[in-house]
Design a protein around this ligand. Structure first.
Ligand SMILES: N=CN[C@@H](CCC(=O)O)C(=O)O
Ligand SMILES: [Zn+2]
Length: 388
C-alpha cells in the first residue's frame, strides 16, 4: 500500500514524550506519514520523507482520534421529560432507567441498530475513532445478549452491563436478579463482550452485589470496569481498586481515601461531565485527582437518561471550565486517558506503529476545543489511515 503524507500541520499532538515537549508531546510545523493504516513517520515538516500522495491539514492542529471509553448507545426512545424536570429542580434518580428498558425491549433489532449507527456517526464526526458500548437497557437474558450483538457490529469494545439496575419484575427479589446476571445472563453475554460493568451506587447495586458481579464476570473471561461514586460517596471506587478494575467511572463524590487508593492503583478514573451537565449535579474534581497522580480519562457517557451528548469537545470544554483541567490535560484525558481505560496501547497516541486514527481541526491548536465551546472544529477524521 502507498504512503500518504499529511502536511501543513500547525500543531501535532502525539501524546508521545519522545516526539515533543509537554504532556501532549507536541510537534509544531509538523507532518505525518501513514502507511498500511498505521503511522509510519512523524516529525518536523521540513524533514518529511517523499510520499506517493499528500493531504494538507490546512494549518490546523492534528491529534489522536478521541477514545470514548464510556457510552450506552443501544437503546430506544428518549427521556426528554426527565431532563426538563431536572432543569426545574428535580434530582436525577436511577429509576428513570426503567422507561428506557421498556422502550428498548419493545424495539426491533433494526431500530436499535439504526440508533447505534446514527450516534456513532455523530461521535465519528466529532473526532471519536474508538468507542466502548455497554448493554444495560435490556435486563433479560435475550435482551442483554441482543444489545451486545448489535454493539459488536460496530466495536470490539463491548461491555456487559446486566447489573445496571434491578428491573421492576425482580424488585421483590434482588438476590434472584443478581443470580440471573451472574449465571445465565452472563453466559449469554460473555461471547459478545470484552468487559463487565456494574452500577454500584444509591438506587442500583450495593458493594456485595457489585463484587459478586465483577467476580463472576472475571471468571467468565471479562475484565471489570465500574460505575461508582456518581450520586454519593460510596464503595464503588474502593471496590474497583480492590478487584483491579480497568476503570471506575463518574467519580463525582470521592473521599481522600478514594483518591489515595486510585493514585496507588492502575485503575483509571473516568470522568463524565456530560452527566453532571445534564443532571445539574456538581462536577467531579479532576484537579484533585490529577494532583494526586491518578490517571484520568474523559468520556461522553452518551445515554438518553443522564448525558445525551456525543460531543467529546463539549466534555473537554466542561472539564476545563468546571473541573480544573488545563486544555492539554483534558485533551490528553480524552485520547490517551481513554486508551488507558480500555487497556489499549495502539490508540490514543500517534507514533510510528500506532494506528493512524486521528482528527484534523479547523483551528491551529487543540486548546481551541475549550476556547471555542460549541463550535464544530473537527474538519476531518481518519480511521486506520483513511478519511471517514
Ligand atoms: N449511571 C448509570 N448509568 C448511566 C445513566 C443511565 C440512565 O439514566 O439511563 C450513566 O452512566 O450516567
Ligand atoms: Zn454509564
Amino acid at each position: 500500500m502507498s504512503a500518504v503524507l499529511l502536511d501543513d500541520i500547525a500543531s501535532l499532538v502525539t501524546n508521545d514524550p519522545a516526539a515533543g515537549p509537554g504532556l501532549l508531546g507536541e510537534v509544531r510545523g509538523a507532518a505525518l506519514v501513514v502507511e498500511d493504516g498505521k503511522v509510519a513517520w512523524l516529525g518536523p515538516a521540513d524533514r518529511a520523507p517523499a510520499c506517493d500522495a499528500g493531504v494538507s491539514a490546512a494549518g490546523g492542529a492534528v491529534l489522536p482520534g478521541f477514545v470514548d471509553s464510556h457510552t450506552h448507545l443501544v437503546f430506544a426512545g428518549d427521556r426528554l421529560s426527565d431532563f426538563v424536570g431536572r432543569m426545574s429542580g428535580r434530582p436525577y434518580a436511577p429509576d428513570g432507567i426503567a422507561s428506557t428498558v421498556a422502550a428498548t425491549r419493545a424495539a426491533p433489532d433494526e431500530i436499535l441498530t439504526a440508533n447505534v449507527a446514527r450516534l456513532l456517526g455523530e461521535l465519528r464526526a466529532g473526532g471519536v475513532t474508538t468507542v466502548e458500548v455497554k448493554s444495560g437497557y435490556g435486563l433479560t437474558v435475550a435482551d442483554e445478549a441482543r444489545a451486545l450483538m448489535i454493539a459488536r457490529q460496530f466495536t470490539a469494545e463491548t461491555t456487559f452491563l446486566g447489573a445496571h439496575v434491578v428491573p421492576t419484575e425482580y424488585a421483590a427479589d434482588r438476590a434472584a436478579y443478581v443470580d440471573l446476571v451472574t449465571g445465565p445472563m452472563l453466559a449469554a453475554a460473555a461471547p459478545h463482550a470484552r468487559w463487565i460493568d456494574v452500577f454500584c451506587d444509591r438506587g442500583a447495586f450495593d458493594e456485595a452485589e457489585a463484587r459478586a458481579v465483577c467476580r463472576a464476570g472475571r471468571a467468565a473471561g471479562l475484565t471489570p470496569r465500574l460505575h461508582g461514586n456518581q450520586l454519593e460517596p460510596g464503595p464503588g471506587v474502593r471496590l474497583a481498586v480492590e478487584i483491579g478494575a480497568a476503570s471506575v467511572d463518574h467519580c463525582t463524590h470521592l473521599t481522600d481515601a478514594d483518591v489515595d487508593a486510585l493514585a496507588n492503583s492502575s485503575t483509571v478514573a473516568t470522568l463524565l461531565p456530560g452527566a453532571e451537565f445534564s443532571t445539574r449535579a456538581r462536577y467531579p474534581d479532576a484537579r484533585r485527582l490529577l494532583d494526586a497522580g491518578v490517571t484520568v480519562a474523559l468520556a461522553t457517557d452518551c445515554n438518553p437518561g443522564t448525558s445525551y451528548t456525543t460531543s467529546m469537545a463539549l466534555c473537554i470544554a466542561l472539564a476545563v471550565r468546571e473541573m480544573g483541567m488545563t486544555p492539554a490535560e483534558a485533551v490528553h484525558a480524552a485520547t490517551a486517558g481513554g486508551a488507558r481505560a480500555l487497556q489499549r496501547d495502539d490508540i490514543g497516541v500517534l507514533r510510528p506503529g500506532a494506528r493512524a486514527d486521528l482528527a484534523i481541526l479547523a483551528a491551529p491548536d487543540v486548546g481551541y476545543l475549550a476556547y471555542r465551546p460549541g463550535v464544530p472544529l473537527v474538519a476531518a477524521v481518519w480511521k486506520d489511515g483513511r478519511p471517514v
